[in-house]
Ligand binder design. Structure first.
Ligand code: IDC
Length: 469
């Protein structure tokens, strides 16, 4: 990606206006800085990230005004602030959780905008009416509407697993063997009871080599003709997919795909049997991550936590060092889809180490308030987006490019790993491959991709730049 950077002319207003001060009042120091980056741009639209840093005394309640050079530029959707626009000025007003900015404190905002003609960068930024000095703007010149993107090839022979090795949770991040935070980007299978034929040498070669996927999530449904109908058959199929991912240097996330019923405790005996077996069989491997409950729903966090605290020790007994991911309340929305939020987990975490919490979203259904939840929670909880869709929560409906890009930019910025639903040719808009693809041997040409698949491939195949020391 080619970036050009221009430093805006600084026109400082570092102190409040003397005319508005009472005779003996001491002026509050004011000042701010804005880092403005156009992260992607396509015909008629663009997305920008906006980092606001307060260089003055603490402010409690703020509005950032962004002056565009012309009125054709409009904010169509923003996050982490309340966005409005008047003429050529966009205004972002704090939301509750970022109301207070201490000295040196910063907050990250972003928006998707439209434009016609050219898309020049803003001419000024002001915070509560004071010009932000030292601000920088940078623009990406890469179009995101193209389905092929130039990618940097990682060093030859160095796969994600070779570079990163055994993973562990460090603070709120997933860290590699050098204890450095990394983001894994990859794809989820569809239910392997239905789409088994999509996972073969050709399709996994394409995923590893063309998509440069770091990760294969293996979605093993428990109900709906899944594991409960043939435990040994599904266990061995999961193991064979772990091996196929390992042979290609990809991480394998073993997803115990509970969905209906939503209480994971309904399946707890099956979970213990299954995880005891796969953890023992795969203990020596470095590429395995365990996801113990896809989407609990209609059940309290206390019940999920109790399930996790019984299943995790079973895994640890066989495979002590692997990362385990715990599903969260309300279809792994950290509770949001049932009217709760992340505080129930922060206040009552699972009693185990080396674990992360799952967050799922479907971009056409879950937008600003879900993104705000992730932005907030990411500094308190290790999160992994083990499943997300570019469409409605049904798995179908409109492909929402704008919301998906907003999500992926946020996850990239927060270094949160993700797996997209689905690497399959299901006849639904969430699928990456066109219907019928899995009947043939070609998984590589651009003609096999759906709109969703083309976007995901272009995002996942960019260079990882994993730290190597
Ligand atoms: C959906 C599939 C669909 C299938 C259905 C059956 O896309 O083909 O008929 O499951 O249960 C989830 C679930 C995931 C859903 C997906 C889309 O984890 O199993 O897959 N979704 O509805 N959570 C939110 C959305």
């Amino acid at each position: 990606m080619k970036r050009s950077t221009a430093v805006l002319a600084a026109c400082a207003v570092a102190l409040g206006s003397a005319a508005t001060m009472l005779p003996n009042a001491v002026a509050a120091a004011q000042g701010c800085k804005v880092d403005y980056t156009v992260t992607s741009q396509w015909s008629g639209g663009f997305q920008a990230s906006v980092k606001v840093t307060n260089l003055g005394d603490t402010v409690s309640g703020w509005t950032l005004a962004i002056a565009f050079p012309n009125t054709s530029q409009r904010v169509t959707q923003g996050w982490n602030a309340t966005w409005t626009q008047s003429g050529s000025t966009a205004n972002a007003t704090n939301v509750d959780w970022n109301r207070t900015l201490g000295t040196g404190g910063s907050t990250d905002l972003g928006f998707v905008g439209s434009y016609s003609g050219s898309n020049p960068t803003p001419t000024s930024f002001t915070l509560n009416g004071v010009a932000c000095t030292g601000s920088t703007t940078s623009a990406s010149t890469t179009s995101t509407t193209t389905t092929t993107t130039t990618t940097t090839t990682p060093p030859v022979g160095r796969t994600p697993v070779e570079i990163n090795g055994q993973l562990r949770v460090c603070g709120v991040n997933l860290c590699n063997q050098y204890n450095r935070p990394i983001q894994l980007r990859g794809m989820s299978t569809h239910g392997i009871q239905w789409f088994d034929k999509c996972y073969n040498n050709n399709s996994l070669n394409a995923l590893a080599n063309d998509w440069k996927s770091d990760l294969l999530r293996i979605a093993m449904y428990v109900q709906e003709q899944g594991y409960e109908t043939n435990p040994s058959g599904f266990t061995s199929r999961v193991n064979s997919l772990v091996d196929m991912a390992e042979a290609r240097g990809m991480y394998a996330m073993i997803d115990f795909h509970i969905l209906t019923p939503g209480d994971p405790n309904y399946n707890i005996d099956r979970a213990k049997t299954f995880f005891a077996s796969v953890a023992q069989r795969n203990a020596a491997k470095k590429n395995v991550i365990y996801e113990i409950a896809n989407e609990p729903n209609g059940v309290s966090w206390a019940a999920i936590k109790s399930y996790a605290e019984q299943v995790i020790p079973v895994i640890r007994a066989a495979d002590p060092d692997a990362v385990v991911i715990v599903g969260t309340r309300a279809w792994s929305s950290l509770g949001v889809s049932e009217g709760s939020n992340e505080t129930e987990v922060i206040n009552n975490p699972v009693n185990a180490t080396n674990i992360m919490y799952a967050f799922h979203f479907y971009a056409a259904s879950h937008k600003d308030n879900y993104r705000a939840t992730v932005s907030r929670a990411a500094s308190r909880l290790p999160l992994f987006v083990t499943e997300f869709g570019t469409v409605l929560a049904t798995g179908g409906g409109t492909f929402d490019r704008t919301s998906t890009i907003a999500w992926l930019d946020l996850l990239d910025q927060l270094k949160i790993g993700y797996a997209n639903w689905t690497y399959s040719d299901a006849n639904e808009s969430s699928a990456a491959l066109r219907p019928g693809t899995c009947n043939g041997g070609d998984y590589s040409s651009s003609g096999v991709l759906t709109e969703s698949g083309a976007l995901l491939k272009s995002r996942i195949s960019t260079a990882d730049n994993f730290p190597t020391s």
